[in-house]
Ligand binder design. Structure first.
Ligand SMILES: Cc1cc2nc3c(=O)[nH]c(=O)nc-3n(C[C@H](O)[C@H](O)[C@H](O)COP(=O)(O)O)c2cc1C
Length: 191
């Protein structure tokens, strides 16, 4: 995750490639219940930060860095798309009961698509960061960009060129990656 960007615009072809890759993500029942709000004009990006932050609050270093990104993508998920897809004859859950879902696959799939945007950035030598939109700013974000009520933003992704003087940032600077021995349970959880 890159949280501070070079002052270089991002070619629209890159953004399009990232989005093309995003929609190759797997999705439950091939529901494809995702959508992407793309903000790549300076005024739109400025509006994004305006509505997702608290007026009058001085930006911290995280926000100052993130605000240098020329592109913000807001991946969204549609629960309705999944309930409707799984009510189709080949699935048959015509009651559209949400309790049938072990986890919200609509959010999972939008997250998988988001990962492909992040990986496209890596592939192209650019930088990106997935982050959350604070719940208290969600309504203002919806209002500012006309996000319909039946889709939910799952977060946001900044995109931009990496700085020459880039430094490591975020939690990995203070926390160690957990070893596989702690995380992998082969055959059985406990020995
Ligand atoms: C669901 C999710 C939410 C995240 N939210 C934020 C965030 O709000 N701000 C941020 O700077 N990074 C955020 N991150 C990035 C993580 O901090 C980052 O992935 C983690 O520290 C590991 O670093 P790396 O991805 O650079 O290896 C988020 C990542 C995920 C997957």
């Amino acid at each position: 995750m890159i949280r501070d960007y070079a002052d270089t615009p991002v070619d629209r072809a890159f953004v399009d490639r990232a989005l093309d890759n995003a929609v190759r993500a797997p999705s439950a029942g091939f529901s494809q219940g995702w959508a992407f709000l793309v903000l790549d004009e300076p005024d739109d990006v400025a509006r994004f930060w305006e509505v997702t932050t608290t007026p009058g609050e001085l930006p911290d270093s995280w926000l100052r860095g993130m605000q240098t990104a020329p592109v913000v993508i807001v991946p969204c998920s549609s629960k309705a798309a999944y309930l409707q897809r799984y009510a189709e004859p080949d699935k048959g859950w015509t009651d559209e009961d949400e309790a049938r879902w072990p986890v919200p696959f609509w959010h999972m799939d939008a997250a998988m698509a988001s990962l492909l945007i992040l990986l496209t950035a890596v592939d192209e030598g650019l930088g990106a960061c997935f982050f959350g939109i604070p719940p208290e700013h969600e309504a203002a974000t919806r209002e500012a960009f006309g996000i319909p009520a039946d889709v939910d933003p799952v977060g946001a992704i900044t995109l931009g060129h990496r700085r020459d003087d880039e430094r490591p940032s975020g939690s990995p600077t203070s926390k160690k990656r957990k070893p596989l021995s702690e995380l992998v349970h082969r055959g059985r959880w406990t020995s």
